[in-house]
Design a protein around this ligand. Structure first.
Ligand code: FES
Length: 107
């Protein structure tokens, strides 16, 4: 298990026990956290699983692949330097303690 933290736009903080190898999207769904519409089911074609990585932890994630990079231009809330797509973030032990922030809206 990898302990991560997800912070909703309203400030609600969730400690999440994620499984190595699953995506951030799946980990949040398993934890019962609302906030990712994830319309495409994790196929990287909808941009409704937008999240932000805590800025100080951004370099702990591998760089976004080109398809994620392209989809990040279509997020409902303006893309930020630390924006990522939750369906493309694979949980690894390197991410222990990392914090992800949810935007106000996904549409
Ligand atoms: S769930 Fe559609 S892009 Fe992530």
């Amino acid at each position: 298990m990898v302990q991560i933290q997800v912070v909703e736009f309203n400030g609600a903080i969730h400690d999440v026990e994620a499984l190595e190898g699953q995506t951030l999207l799946q980990a949040t769904l398993d934890a019962g956290i609302d906030g990712f519409a994830a319309e495409c089911g994790g196929c990287c074609v909808c941009a409704t699983c937008h999240c932000m990585v805590a800025p100080e932890a951004l370099d702990r994630l591998p760089a976004a692949a080109s398809d994620e990079e392209q989809m990040l231009d279509f997020t409902a809330e303006p893309r930020q330097a630390n924006s990522r797509l939750a369906c493309q973030i694979k949980i690894t032990s390197d991410l222990a303690g990392i914090q992800f922030l949810m935007p106000k809206r996904q549409y």
